[in-house]
Ligand binder design. Sequence first.
Ligand code: SD4
Length: 326
Amino acid sequence: MNRRKFLDKSYLGLSTILVAPEVVTNLGKKKNFLTQKNHHVFAISTWNVPEANQIAGKALEDGLSAIDAVVKGVAYEESNLLNNSVGKGGAPDRNGIVSLDACVMNHNGDCGAVLAVENITHVAALAKEVMEKTPHVILAGKGARQFAIKQGYRPENLLTEQSKKAWKKWLKNGNYEPEINVENHDTIGMICCDKSGNLSGACTTSGLAYKMSGRVGDSPIIGSGLYIDNNIGGAVATGLGEEVIKTVGSFLIVELMRNGLSPQKACEEAVNRIIEKQKGKPNFQVAYLATNKTGEVGAFSVQSGFSYSLYKSKTNKNLVSNSIYK
Ligand code: SD4
């Protein structure tokens, strides 16, 4: 090879090196652009919450990001007075005080949570504000409430007449027995996938009815009540939070999916982790709902009675989950 040819070649090589990143970037952008346009959106929620799931699904169709869609969707249940496990109208603690827990997690792995917050209805939105506007992940109690008020949230009385009546009735016996939740409305855990193919989730609850003052369950604990990994999928939990926390349920499910399990098998395995430590049939409910990146959904619970909402292809459905015990 003469010097001239060598220089030509090395020039070519150099130009490839210089040009390549741009080409790759452009291709990358093009690919992202195509994915953005073509991705099928979906929304899943624990329990039969058609309105909340529909609101989120519609928001996704309209081009909202997954994180904004989950917050918008769960907000419906937070202000639904008939849902006595979430937001305003939620069951109080044993002192008659309603305190709420929530968390959110986005496709970047950023998250925010608020624990034991009083007088604020939209705690999932508040958790998002913690994520976006503070250097922290968790704000609890009075600090979370103060932060909410600074952000312009209006303090409200969250104890409705109906919840007060039920609490007073409970006080007569005052048995501290966590109840098996088989009713249709419960803690709402929601995962959305937006047009860019990004996943985000939210979990919001008033916690166990008549809990001890200060008790916090799994719902606002990242990895327990909710976990998202945008490369793998996401999971949410409902039911007796203590059992979910002990097994870090949602993180476990996402890790099982990372290792190749389907969302269904991963949920079943996470329920098994709880059950294998019990002597006989437990008297509590725990239920999981999960999705992977392709929109494959799995659900499984300890007791029967768990169902979930699925918005896909502009259709909203309520589907019954399988359980270990019938
Ligand atoms: C908690 N997991 O505080 C929540 C309660 C719940 O159905 O999901 N209830 O433990």
